[in-house]
Design a binder for this molecule. Structure first.
Ligand SMILES: Cc1ncc(COP(=O)(O)O)c(C=O)c1O
Length: 394
């Protein structure tokens, strides 16, 4: 019989992946084989979705809300997002510019698709969320890494970023607080960057603000929405996954410029139609209901952050800066003499601790590791003790 070989488009070979999912799969496999694994690799809060949010979804289903909604989401949800933005960012946004999507990633996908044609350049943080670079390559654009520096709390240098912009640059991706570093870009650098951007009026900006409610030491989030003159070329990515511990609900939103919202809407119609309706009702309850669970979760993360930074700094060869946000730390491991990949492998297979190599977030992540502290204090202490003992024994 003739063997038929189906070949998909070549660009698929450019698609990268998110190592957190791969490490999770390996960790699960080892656990199935009976090994004890402590997971400090995972990028999702280890808290349950607050009760009132779960109840709102159940009620929506019981009330018969099981059909499609408008592609851009329920009006009441988009209005709630707009109110939330007024409360936490102090900016008025037309609910018609809000697009509800199945998770934060979808806004990223649409934005990079809109500007990622062949021949164009897209600037993105490196180390940064791996899907930025993956999608830039997939759509045929050239990825231009924007380095983040350990000695400034993993901020970019605005002068350097401006120097990387060329006539081909179409999109600039920012992410603060950041995954994987937990770093926050100081206002001074953002102001400088935004001032400089006035020389590049055709450059669109995607500000990934998914960790906007996860800041420590009383720091206030600086949203790019606060720079109102940017609104006609600014896309905001945010969602419920991290703030409300709702990663599996697949609920996110984008705020789009007026001239792009219709494109985003048609992409949604062509792609997913709408977000599942019960999740959208849950999203309304999350934004309008009690915010105490969010404060409690952040209180717990704050304690763990202090603990993990202190413990990691006691391991010879590791230097761990104190991050300003999210729930990750990004220690420098260069003095141990191991590469990031070797360190990740050793931690998982010999110490039973899942962590993620800095290189999973771009080549500039070599010599660093990402630890997530979305795990109990007991497990954090135990995991670091295991890594300490492993390094001592080598
Ligand atoms: C920086 C950043 N942006 C976007 C996302 C995607 O979020 P979601 O799970 O809502 O798609 C993540 C998830 O880890 C992230 O870290």
């Amino acid at each position: 019989m003739e063997k038929i070989l189906v070949t998909p488009i070549l660009a698929l070979n450019q698609l990268g992946t998110e190592s957190a999912f791969e490490v999770l799969a390996r960790a699960n496999m080892l656990m199935k084989q009976g090994q004890e694994i402590i997971n400090l690799g995972i990028g999702q809060p280890d808290f349950r979705t607050p009760h009132h949010i779960v109840e709102a979804a159940i009620k929506a289903l019981r009330d018969g809300h099981h059909g499609y909604t408008a592609a851009n989401g329920l009006q009441e949800l988009r209005e709630a997002v707009s109110e939330d933005i007024k409360t936490y960012r102090g900016v008025t946004i037309d609910p018609d510019l809000v697009m509800i999507v199945p998770g934060g990633k979808v806004t990223m996908y649409f934005a990079i698709m809109m500007f990622g044609e062949k021949g164009s350049e897209i600037l993105y943080p490196n180390p940064g969320f791996p899907i930025y670079e993956s999608l830039i390559r997939f759509f045929g654009a050239t990825p231009i890494p924007m380095p983040l520096y350990e000695n400034t709390g993993y901020a970019f240098d605005a002068d350097e970023v401006l120097s990387l912009i060329t006539k081909k640059s179409r999109l600039l991706i920012l992410n603060s607080p950041s995954n994987p570093t937990g770093g926050i870009v100081p206002k001074k650098q953002i102001d400088k960057l935004i001032n400089g951007l006035s020389s590049f009026p055709n450059l669109c900006i995607l500000s990934d603000e998914i960790y906007s409610r996860m800041l420590y030491d009383g720091k206030k989030h600086i949203s790019l929405l606060q720079y109102e003159h940017l609104h006609d070329r600014l896309i905001i990515l945010d969602g419920w996954s991290k703030t409300f511990s709702m990663t599996g609900w697949r609920l996110g939103y984008g705020i789009w410029p007026k001239n792009l919202i219709d494109h985003a809407n048609r992409l949604a119609i062509n792609c997913h139609s709408c977000v599942n309706t019960a999740s959208q009702f849950a999203g309304i309850a999350a934004l309008k209901g009690s915010q105490i669970p969010v404060s409690k979760m952040m209180g717990e993360f704050e304690k763990r952050r202090k603990l993990i930074v202190r413990e990691l700094n006691q391991i010879p060869g590791l230097k761990c800066p104190n991050p300003g946000g999210a729930f990750y730390v990004f220690p420098n491991i260069k003095d141990t003499g191991f590469t990031s990949a070797e360190f990740q492998d050793m931690c998982l297979t010999q110490a039973g601790v899942a962590t993620i190599a800095g290189t999973s977030f771009g080549h500039l992540g070599e010599g660093y590791m990402r630890f997530s502290y979305a795990n109990s204090t007991q497990n954090i202490v135990k995991a670091i003790e295991k890594i300490k003992n492993l390094l001592k024994s080598l």
